[in-house]
Design a protein around this ligand. Sequence first.
Ligand SMILES: *Cc1c(COP(=O)(O)O)cnc(C)c1O
Length: 433
Amino acid sequence: MAWEGSKKFYEEACEVIPGGVNSPVRSARAVGSTPLFIKEARGSRIVDVDGNSYIDYVASWGPLILGHAHPRVVEAVKSAAERGTSYGIPTEVELRMARMVVEMVPSIEMVRMVSSGTEATMSAVRLARGFTGRKKIIKFNGCYHGHVDSLLVRSGSGLATLGIPGSPGIPDEVAQHTISIPYNNLGAVREVMEATGREVAAIIVEPVAANMGVVVPEDGFLAGLRELCTQYGALLIFDEVITGFRLAPGGAQQVYGIMPDLTCLGKIIGGGLPVGAYGGRRDIMARMAPEGDVYQAGTLSGNPLAMSAGLAVLQVLRDEGLYEGLDSKAGYFSRGMAQAAEAAGVKVFQTRVGSIGCAFFTDRMVRDFETAQSSDTQAYAVFFQEMLKRGVYLAPSQFEAFFISAAHTAEDLDRTMEAARHAFERVKELRGM
Ligand SMILES: *Cc1c(COP(=O)(O)O)cnc(C)c1O
């Protein structure tokens, strides 16, 4: 495989874009290479500017649960664009989207659309503070909630990949109101709540953590958070930007049977266009301007192209019962990876919930950020490169999920497992683990 075109674009991009990328996770530094530049994509495949084709398990980092360029989505965007790309005045499609979200997500009675997951979590935190009149926010190490000042404390995703705890540019005065606790450690949450629970505006959590690899919530963890929030009058915010519409029509809250007060959505809800949303209990959401006094706004919020694309995806998800198929494909993928690793004598800890999961290159059981970080990231880098050479595109970081879409075929999965058998053998040779 030749990558001259991507390398040339990357060099040029580095002159005018910091690091050559518009989001740090796209950099391939952690796996010792440079990013691909993509020309086009369809179904489960992406094609780079050099004409190499890959089976894609990144899926734009989660949004593309139906695969690339799904005909219903393409048609929805085209027909919306022909009628104008934005008005800044309400449209029927926004109403239909809101109704669809309320219908699908168990805890959402009212919803507000924004343009990214970051905007959704930022607004939900502001609303929680406005509603409770409190300042403190509890989050979990290795969870990522977008690049919101108050939430960029011991975050996952790109920060985990680059090994940085936080970011310059965030005043201590802002960060001091955020308490970050190990994931799955209910005892630690209880201690903090006993000490300062009446000052806590909200606990925000990824119900399945998917930005430090994929870490599964242990029995009772989410229910315990619900209980503590209720007891101390704090709001429970589920950041379902990845898990929403991914694990079930109603997201992780449906799977685990927990009702958060507020829910943040993103990724799938935009069908590959820039969308986020936050919603929840009517009495809380009614505090948003212009009905209430908590302010949040957006020039392109509820944009007709984005709403049309997102609504097309949600309609397919609601009507076509794709979740069983996604689950069985992802199960096949996970088992195949674990077996290929074992056959090569490489230790991995494989996690999965529904159509997301992760193979951690570690012999420890991964239940939080600390154990996730015990992974051999050099071994992952070898694995990534070997898979790439064989036409499989995985996330260029150990601390990200694989995403199975409805477009992945049995043949795609078998080809991927064949590649994985070779790749794990190379890992064994080069890393001896
Ligand atoms: C991606 C992500 C975000 C941020 O969404 P953006 O659209 O990138 O701003 C927030 N929370 C979680 C859980 C995410 O995975």
